[in-house]
Design a protein around this ligand. Structure first.
Ligand code: ADP
Length: 411
């Protein structure tokens, strides 16, 4: 059977952020995105956008405060859409959710059952802004479209293959054993997409890849033959690289110093390291890389913020190359990785010894997906527009097909 002969499979993918809900509707067999959009209520009034291929974007201000309300609103606007969408819900085959934290329990995507919901909720302490939000969306879908099977794909799942020596922190063993404190890693759905796309672009099956996901959050992952070998984020998404407003790795001694000498408690440290550090903390200006690059020529603090950022990316690329024993391709993705030529240029400075040499003209002209290194180099450099939503749709399709063939085998 060719792809064209298959019955369509309409999958709605939901991605709950801390105060946003993005969605994409796919025909999953042909991997065609029919609609996408989202609602963001970080600032009030909340704003909704819905994009349908070939039509002008639909934009609206909406009044809502929660993920449940946002999901209800999205479902409602599908019904009121100017084109016929497969959302008369007997035509919607499944709903897939990006769930940030799957702990050790979820090593791959799963169908959502009451036990799975309970496990997602049980991990709320490790992802307080995300897991409860996903749960609220899942429950709203159950209420409004009870016939649609739901699936969860986890950002942590890709990293569960990491070897133990990369996963375990050198701390008292009781912390690891009793409290389950170890490196989880994040951005797994993006990494999975980029690893697969890189293999397509490179035209080879097995490769040592370093994937730099540089967005508001940022991490670098070493992938060998499709498997995670190491990653820079850890127990929480605060670890590793410098980010927009997050510090990334700092000497843990600083925390004790501030507790003892400034009387800072867990909440104030949490806030300072997650929301007042990174590019924003160093520049005093902004956590947005665009503003930093613009201000750099005249603002020394913005220049320092940029230099630290690039230094840490370069340093982490080097350490991942060591872990992999060489690199076949370096991949940039995420808002900064895809769009910021100056960051890519600075991050690759001095990496010629790894066979990674950036082509300045190609880098400046880059439109993802494209190559910004040299095709005949030992290490290639690619820029890939990440598609976490498509990874979720693919996982849902795979599980639906498995379930269908299991049902045939049982019959
Ligand atoms: P998230 O991690 O929330 O998914 P994104 O991957 O969309 O975020 O990345 C958002 C960040 O990308 C912004 O904060 C901004 O710093 C950066 N960014 C977007 N476009 C550009 C650009 N043209 N140049 C530099 N940085 C950019």
């Amino acid at each position: 059977m060719t792809e064209a002969d298959r019955a369509p499979m309409h999958v709605l993918v939901c991605n709950a952020g801390s105060s946003s809900l993005k969605f994409s509707l796919f025909e999953a067999c042909s991997e065609t995105q029919l609609v996408d959009g989202g609602i963001d209520w970080q600032a009030q009034p909340a704003r909704m956008v819905m994009r349908v291929a070939g039509l002008p974007d639909v934009r609206a201000e909406v009044s809502l405060q929660s993920h449940g309300e946002a999901m209800a609103r999205i479902i409602h606007s599908f019904s009121a859409s100017p084109i016929e969408l497969p959302t008369h819900f007997e035509k919607l085959h499944a709903v897939g959710h990006r769930v940030v934290h799957g702990g050790d329990k979820f090593t791959c995507a799963v169908r959502i059952t009451p036990e799975v919901k309970q496990a997602i909720g049980g991990l709320a302490e490790l992802a307080p802004l995300h897991n409860p939000a996903s749960l609220e969306v899942i429950e709203k879908v159950e209420e409004v479209i009870p016939q649609a099977p739901q699936f969860a794909a986890f950002d942590t799942a890709f990293h569960t293959s990491m070897p133990e020596y990369a996963k375990v922190y050198p701390v008292p063993r009781s912390w690891t054993r009793d409290l389950n404190i170890h490196r989880f890693g994040f951005h797994g759905l993006s990494i999975a997409y980029c690893a697969r796309r890189a293999i397509e672009m490179l035209g080879k099956k097995n490769a040592r890849l370093i994937i730099a996901h540089l967005g508001n959050g940022a991490s670098i992952t070493a992938v060998c033959n499709g498997t995670c070998i190491d990653t820079s984020m850890g127990f929480t998404p605060l670890d590793g690289l410098m980010m927009g407003t997050r510090s990334g790795t700092i000497d843990p001694g600083i925390i004790m110093f501030l507790q003892r000498h400034r009387g800072m408690d867990a909440d104030s440290l949490d806030h300072a390291l997650n929301f007042e550090s990174g590019l924003l903390g160093v520049s005093g200006l902004s956590g947005d890389m665009r503003a930093i690059v613009e201000a750099m020529p005249t603002n020394p603090d913005a220049k320092l913020a940029f230099d630290i950022y690039a230094h840490r990316v370069r340093q982490t690329i080097g350490s991942m190359a060591a872990v992999l024993g060489g690199v076949d391709a370096l991949i940039f993705t995420g808002g900064i990785g895809e769009n910021s030529a100056p960051v890519r240029q600075a991050a690759c400075k001095g990496l010629d010894f790894l066979g990674l040499q950036i082509d300045r003209a190609a880098n400046e002209a880059c439109k993802p997906d494209s190559e910004v290194g040299y095709a005949d180099a030992r290490g290639r450099i690619l820029v890939i527009a990440t598609r976490e939503d498509l990874t979720v749709a693919r996982e849902v399709r795979k599980l639906m097909e498995q379930e269908a063939s299991n049902a045939v085998a049982r019959a």
